[in-house]
Write a protein that binds this ligand. Structure first.
Ligand code: UDP
Length: 437
């Protein structure tokens, strides 16, 4: 049965201090047209990972704007989450597709959950592949269904894609982070590209005084000024934590006192997390300068805030990445970033903004060393990064884009797009220039 997630209260008014007024104005306009609309967001976990991060802030803000919004998570047993991780990996291009038993577990779980959707919603937004079968299984109500895909589906494993594809045909619209992620034979006519965003006022990202941040790291056991490099990511092979350790060890040949913090949350829907954690712990050995933390050892939002703020460099050495909220989170805190040239990361870090993009362990080590030794360059990149995030990757821009789509769906149900099969793009006040997309 779908389970409701409780969220706090949030007010758009508070964003005036940090978000450009034209974006707030646009959001209010879009929300006015949808006042009272009933919206249900469905994903697979209430904590850990980018989607829960987004929903925890979006849902209360949308309520503040006059919409009636619920957030529910699909519930399942271990076999369901093993199946969804296999599906996730296959969609991001892993050679192995889900097994027949995993496909059956995925579908059975959706059947068990679909009965608890009530028919009163105007819009149902399904995040990622975990709950994607619900649209096909649901037969009542007049809701418009949106599939919000957060992962890199540009080169899915063909068997995995052939399995998922028919389940997407019932959606009225699909949203991807980048045009490159839209699979060529997607059976949904109305497609938008909308990059995610961070909440500048959440405990993860709000301003934290230097002394307080330092006190937090002292208490955790990390000495700053370090020097310190940090990666904050689920323990997932796509985030390449072993590559981070390899690059760090190369960099430490030049800077022997360099510390590395690897912080990873264990999401409910990621059963591989502990396996990857064990591999990482093995590689780290008993090196006193490598600090390994999970959300289960007390490193949560405010602690991540302190790490992203006080690290000399934040690393995000992803091999595949949907977007990588951690990049914008760090740039917002004026911390320079070294990141893998993967998925949505270059969108956040065009040339000269935020930090340096890398394609290998060696490049990663070189880029860390460059930013650690040239603080003028590091500061320039970091400053540009903060302003880039302000313009493009703060929550009100994301909500304006999403509400624009819901408005179109509500006003012109199944209109011309379906007939013509056209794929069109969202444009928004914070939209990136085409060259960055
Ligand atoms: N995160 C966290 N603690 C951790 C690891 C990750 O709070 O130990 C958060 C991180 O700050 C970010 C989100 O989880 O907000 C990860 O989102 P991202 O888009 O970077 O990656 P995803 O996990 O969705 O692939």
């Amino acid at each position: 049965m779908l389970q409701r997630v409780a969220v706090g209260r949030w007010s758009l008014e508070a964003y005036r201090a940090v978000v450009p007024e034209r974006i707030l104005h646009e959001l209010r306009e879009q929300a006015r047209a949808l006042e009272g609309a009933r919206v249900l967001h469905i994903n697979a976990t209430p904590y850990g990972g980018g989607v829960s991060e987004l929903l925890r802030s979006s849902v209360p803000l949308l309520r503040d704007l006059g919409l009636e919004v619920d957030w529910k998570v699909i519930t399942g047993r271990d076999d369901f989450f093993r199946a969804t991780k296999a599906l996730h990996n296959g969609l991001q291009g892993a050679t192995k597709a889900p097994s027949e038993a995993e496909k059956a577990a995925w579908l059975d779980c959706a059947r068990e959950n679909v009965e608890s959707i009530d028919g009163s919603y105007d819009f149902i937004v399904v995040h990622d592949p975990q709950p994607a079968a619900l649209a096909t299984l649901y037969s009542e109500g007049a809701a418009r269904w949106v599939w919000r895909c957060h992962i890199d589906t540009s080169e899915p494993n063909s068997e995995t894609w052939a399995f998922l594809r028919p389940f997407l045909a019932k959606f009225d619209a699909a949203v991807f982070t980048m045009p490159e992620f839209v699979p060529p034979d997607l059976p949904v006519a109305r497609v938008r590209t909308i990059p995610p965003a961070i909440d500048p006022l959440s405990p993860k990202n709000f301003e934290l005084a230097h002394d307080n941040a330092r006190q937090i790291l002292d208490w955790i056991g990390v000495a700053v000024p370090g020097p310190l490099v940090t990666q904050v990511s689920r323990f997932d092979a796509w985030k390449d934590p072993l590559g981070v350790i390899a690059a760090y060890r190369l960099a430490r040949e030049q800077i022997p006192s360099l510390q590395l913090a690897l912080i990873g949350s264990m999401a409910l829907d990621d059963p591989e997390g502990w396996d990857v954690y064990r591999q990482v712990a093995e590689h780290a050995g008993d090196d006193a300068l490598i600090h390994l933390y999970t959300n289960l050892t007390g490193v949560s939002n405010v602690e991540v805030n302190a790490f992203q703020r006080l690290s000399d460099v934040v690393v995000q050495k992803s091999i595949r990445e949907g977007f990588g909220l951690v990049v914008s989170e760090s740039m917002w805190k004026r911390t320079p970033v070294v990141a893998g040239r993967a998925g949505g990361i270059p969108l956040q870090m065009p040339e000269g903004i935020g930090g340096l993009l890398v394609d290998s362990v060696e490049e990663c080590a070189e880029a860390m060393l460059r930013l650690l030794s040239d603080r003028v360059l590091a500061d320039e990149l970091a400053h540009a990064g903060r302003e880039h995030v302000r313009e493009h990757f703060l929550l009100p821009r994301l909500l304006a884009d999403e509400l624009r789509l819901l408005g179109e769906l509500g006003a012109r149900p199944d209109a011309d797009d379906r007939a013509t099969g056209q794929v069109r793009e969202a444009t928004s006040p914070g939209a990136l220039p085409t060259s960055n997309r």
